[in-house]
Structures are given as C-alpha cells and as structure tokens.
Design a protein around this ligand. Structure first.
Ligand SMILES: Nc1nc2c(c(=O)[nH]1)N[C@H]1C(S)=C(S)[C@@H](COP(=O)(O)O)O[C@H]1N2
Ligand SMILES: [Mo]
Length: 171
C-alpha cells in the first residue's frame, strides 16, 4: 500500500512538471505578437509561429559597424498585403500620403512611406527579420527587427518590433 501511494505521488509530481514544461514552451514561442493595425482592411495579430510559417527571403547587407550579415525575414510588403494595405495599383491619390509607423517595445518609433515598401515602386526590400546568419535574433534585438538594406545610417533598423501601424500623414 505504501509503495502504491508513493508511486501515485511520484506520477502526480511528474505530471505537474510536464504540464509546467509544456506551458513554458508555449509561452516562450508564442508570447511575441506583432499587430498590424490602423488604415488596414484586415487588422492582424501575428505570433512568432505565424511569422516563421511565412515565406522568407535572405538579404546580405552591412550592419552599423560595416560587418556583412545574412538577414532572413518576411518582406514588409508581404505582411502589409496580407493586412489589405493599399499597395501596387492602389497606391495612388490619397493613399500616397500614408505612412507605416513601426513601434518597438522600448517606445522607439520609425516611419516608412508606403512607396519605400512597395515592390512596384522600389526594388529595395525592407525586411521584418527574424534571423541573422541562420540564428534567431537575441533578446533585446528580436524576435523581430526591421532591416533596411543600403541605408547609410541604421537608425530605422528598429529592434523588438511590436506594432506595424498604417497612418495618414495628414488628416
Ligand atoms: N527598439 C529600438 N531599435 C533601435 C534603436 C533603439 O533605440 N530602439 N536604435 C536605432 C539606432 S539609432 C541604431 S544606429 C541601430 C543600432 O543598431 P545595433 O542594434 O545593431 O547596434 O538600431 C536602431 N534600432
Ligand atoms: Mo543610431
């Protein structure tokens, strides 16, 4: 009887530990969410898993110290298209006064004009990167960072991105 009780207790402890482990695994992979909001047809809430499942592109470019890296991520144009943002043929008239405001968890913010992001206007691809040289971005940098190739200053390479908001430059 004693042995039986001991066994039941042991099983319970193992079960609790396993559950904790599972919950932890889920929260670590799923807590980071990016929202796409503002002047969009379909507001989105994308987890790290959603972003990881999207088609990625590699871009080789220099960081602020002049060191070349391969950044992997999803082109901003793909994410905005998914959210129904006016790109391509729709990027004309009043829509040309729209901006993409990118916000980070530390309060840092940068803007891009939509034509900078639209492949019909520019061949330069702005990435929402989730990897550098094949590795996930470290805490404090990722999980998502904007990479703007060929800019002379990296001030718009915003780290720890949380919000992509399309706004009108004028009301
Ligand atoms: N979230 C966030 N991103 C940021 C900044 C910041 O203060 N907060 N600084 C920017 C500036 S001014 C530069 S020069 C680069 C620095 O890039 P590094 O992180 O690779 O050094 O990050 C940019 N991204
Ligand atoms: Mo900077």
């Amino acid at each position: 009887m004693k042995h039986y009780l001991y066994f039941v207790r042991l099983c319970l402890v193992v079960l609790i530990l396993l559950t904790c482990g599972l919950v932890k695994a889920q929260t670590t992979t799923n807590t980071h969410i990016i929202t796409v909001e503002g002047e969009v047809l379909k507001p989105l809430s994308l987890s790290s898993i959603d972003i990881a499942a999207m088609k990625h592109m590699d871009i080789q470019t220099k960081d602020k110290d002049g060191v070349t890296h391969v950044y992997s991520g999803v082109p901003l144009s793909e994410i905005l298209t998914m959210a129904g943002v006016s790109l391509g043929k729709e990027l004309r008239g009043k829509n040309l006064a729209k901006l993409l405001l990118v916000k980070a968890s530390d309060g840092y913010e940068v803007v891009f004009a939509l034509p900078e992001i639209d492949p019909e206007f520019s061949d330069k691809v702005i990435l929402l990167a989730d990897k550098m040289d094949g590795k996930s971005l470290a805490a404090g940098i990722g999980p998502f960072r904007i990479v703007v190739p060929e800019e002379k200053r990296q001030a718009r390479w915003i780290r720890e991105v949380t919000i992509l908001k399309v706004i009108f430059a004028k009301e």
